[in-house]
Design a protein around this ligand. Structure first.
Ligand SMILES: [Zn+2]
Length: 202
């Protein structure tokens, strides 16, 4: 089974340790990524795949639904953000939600699994906002889509409560970008303050 991974590593090795010797430079000079990407655990929406990044492009944090919980000291995300912003000069924090998200479906359809629901239920507010937007006339798929969008926005809002993010925003060192990967149509969307709009043209 793991041969798929080892085959992939061989390809990566050819690219990163080959002629350009990217890894040698990164090992010698250290990393200096501009981005911090918070994404879902979904295997189809992996930023390491969809952005075709060179090594050293971004820090990555994953959570179901790309959900960012309100700040609490000592969490994996709080420590990672502080490391990225205060010690590594990250300039853009991207929250990458995606369509067809299993975590969002678990929230909307109230999956009977205490372990999962105790995590995704933190985004109840996003579901309520989506239900208000729908005003009882959306299809179930439309409600899922609205909720996917609202979770990205709620996560962006919650991020501002993280001290390292609040400082970086106040000092103009970094910005937070709410993005959504529309898997079915192969588009990337960004919220412009009013709505999610494609930033790609497929
Ligand atoms: Zn997902």
């Amino acid at each position: 089974m793991t041969h798929k991974l080892i085959e992939g590593f061989r390809k990566f090795h050819t690219e990163a340790y080959g002629e350009a010797d990217l890894m040698a430079r990164l090992v010698r000079e250290g990393q200096n990524p501009d981005f911090f990407i918070i994404s879902c655990i979904d295997s189809r929406s992996n930023p390491g795949t969809i952005f075709k990044p060179e090594p050293g492009t971004f820090f990555a944090h994953k959570a179901m639904g790309a959900i960012v919980r309100p700040y609490k000291q000592g969490t994996a995300l709080a420590a990672a953000l502080q490391f990225a912003l205060d010690y590594n000069g990250v300039k853009e924090i991207i929250i990458l939600g995606h369509t067809g998200c299993g975590a969002v479906r678990a929230l909307v359809e109230k999956l009977d699994d205490e372990e999962i629901s105790s995590f995704v239920d933190v985004a109840q507010k996003a579901l309520h906002t989506a239900e208000d937007c729908c005003n009882g006339v959306c299809t179930h798929d439309e409600l899922l889509r609205h909720t996917e969008e609202q979770i990205v926005l709620l996560s962006a809002e919650n991020l501002k409560g993280y001290p390292s993010v609040a400082r970086a925003l106040k000092e103009g060192r970094a910005s937070v970008r709410p993005w959504l990967f529309d898997m079915a149509n192969g588009n990337l969307l960004e919220h412009d303050g009013n709505e999610f709009k494609p930033i790609t043209d497929h």
